[in-house]
Design a protein around this ligand. Structure first.
Ligand SMILES: Cc1cc2nc3c(=O)[nH]c(=O)nc-3n(C[C@H](O)[C@H](O)[C@H](O)COP(=O)(O)OP(=O)(O)OC[C@H]3O[C@@H](n4cnc5c(N)ncnc54)[C@H](O)[C@@H]3O)c2cc1C
Length: 394
């Protein structure tokens, strides 16, 4: 029996995941409401990423082949559907005598990456090394070049939001989710907006609150009247700096301090360097780059390029939060897979999204919809996100 509800799907979170699910749900013919606590979309990690649409070359090292394959497939879809937002560019990897990852290892990674993506990689001949943006060539053994893509993460989110809105999704900003109660046939969702408290009902509630996912979860009461329990996760902060200057190519470097892979990429009118991995505790709204992180990133740049920079050259610094599985492993070795938690497998009314990648937001959204479809009424799909061009937005 169908119960009358205000919306088929209510989503908490106006980051790439919440917006991606809204687009997929609206394309599937469902009525959709998105609640975002900030006045603008993409104010959480979806504007604080490294802005790459990539498979993640370094995830091959930790054996995350399926993730890399899926992300490269999504990269190809985004290159087709949003050429104004996602650009394929050659990334350079210099290998020095001191680089921990030896040329054979990088070559092996590139072969796998090329097979997954269908794009070749290259060796840059040493006669061109002096044209590489002032890259230090002393003790340089090799330079590899491979293709990956850059985007503007916040604009990508706004573009997917515009697509979702065109398909009929309602998006409310400055609207804070307060609590929800799951019942057998619906979920009652309360939120505050403009000083007023409102309650709506939905067939399914999607918790896409990013680093706030557990705090939203704990404001939900399940069908037996129990408060939902948080999932054990670790919040790991990642900082970026934007410095003055120009680069002809992005670079993928190994940090001399700890061997981590770090990007130095052209970004708007400057150069962006990132990222770090630092355990975070506290209110996600207060995440900020620390002085140590800024010094670490500057040192990586200064180690690799002839031009020496100091903190005065920094135009901007920002930090975002990754939601990673709890446990003692180093953050760089932890799974980057997305975990989808259901309140009830047989008849789900609530799904919470833990972790994930900007790159794979579309396939993650498809998975979310697939998991909850049995709890939704029958509707006629109006589009398939795989084939939907994303609109141009400011
Ligand atoms: C440093 C760093 C670098 C990264 N680099 C890349 C990269 O290059 N490529 C890539 O593919 N991925 C990258 N990622 C991963 C990617 O950025 C994230 O997976 C993605 O942005 C997460 O999106 P989200 O929608 O889950 O979370 P968010 O973007 O954080 O969105 C969650 C939203 O929920 C809202 N919210 C929370 N609580 C409430 C409430 N009570 N009521 C209403 N709204 C609420 C928040 O305001 C926020 O807008 C990176 C991540 C980090 C941290």
């Amino acid at each position: 029996m169908d119960y009358a509800v205000d919306y088929d799907v209510v989503i908490v979170g106006g980051g790439i995941h919440g917006i991606g699910v809204a687009q997929d749900a609206a394309a599937s013919g469902y009525s959709v409401l998105v609640l975002e606590q900030y006045p603008l979309l993409a104010q959480g990690s979806s504007s604080k990423s490294s802005k790459l649409i990539h498979g993640g070359l370094r995830y091959l090292e930790s054996g995350q082949f399926h993730l890399v394959y899926e992300c490269l497939r999504e990269r190809a879809i985004l290159l087709r559907n949003a050429p104004h937002l996602v650009e394929l560019v050659p990334f350079h990897i210099p290998v020095y005598a001191t680089t921990q990852r030896r040329p054979w290892k990088i070559r092996l990674g590139m072969i796998i990456y090329s097979l997954f993506s269908g794009k070749r990689f290259y060796h840059i001949n040493n006669k061109y090394w002096n044209k590489l943006d002032g890259l230090i060539t002393e003790k340089l053994d090799a330079v590899f070049s491979y293709y990956d893509a850059q985007t503007d993460d916040a604009r990508l989110t706004r573009s997917v939001a515009a697509s979702a809105a065109e398909l009929g999704a309602e998006l409310i900003t400055s609207a804070t989710f307060e609590q929800a109660a799951v019942a057998e046939n619906r979920v009652a969702v309360s939120y505050s907006v403009g000083g007023e408290r409102k309650t709506v009902t939905a067939s399914v509630l999607v918790n896409a609150a990013g680093a706030w996912v557990n705090s939203v979860l704990q404001k939900i009461v399940d069908r037996s009247g129990q408060q939902m329990k948080p999932m054990p996760v670790e919040l790991v902060q990642g900082a970026h700096i934007v410095i003055e200057g120009q680069l002809s190519h992005p670079y993928y470097l190994e940090s001399p301090q700890d061997g981590r892979a770090v990007f130095v990429v052209p970004w708007k009118d400057g150069i962006m360097v990132g990222t770090t991995e630092k355990h975070f505790q506290g209110d996600p709204a207060r995440v900020e780059p620390t002085a140590d992180e800024i010094a670490y990133l500057l040192e990586i740049y200064n180690h690799h390029f002839n031009k020496s920079l100091n903190p005065g050259d920094i135009q901007q610094a920002f930090a975002g939060l990754r939601v990673l599985p709890a446990g003692s492993a180093k953050a760089s070795n932890k799974s980057r897979d997305t975990h989808l938690l259901l309140d009830d497998k047989a008849s789900p009314r609530l799904v919470s999204i833990f972790g994930g990648k900007l790159t794979s937001y579309r396939s993650t959204s498809e998975k979310v919809l697939r998991l909850v479809r049995k709890s939704l009424p029958k509707r006629k799909p109006v589009a398939i996100t795989r084939n939907l061009e994303l609109p141009v937005v400011d």
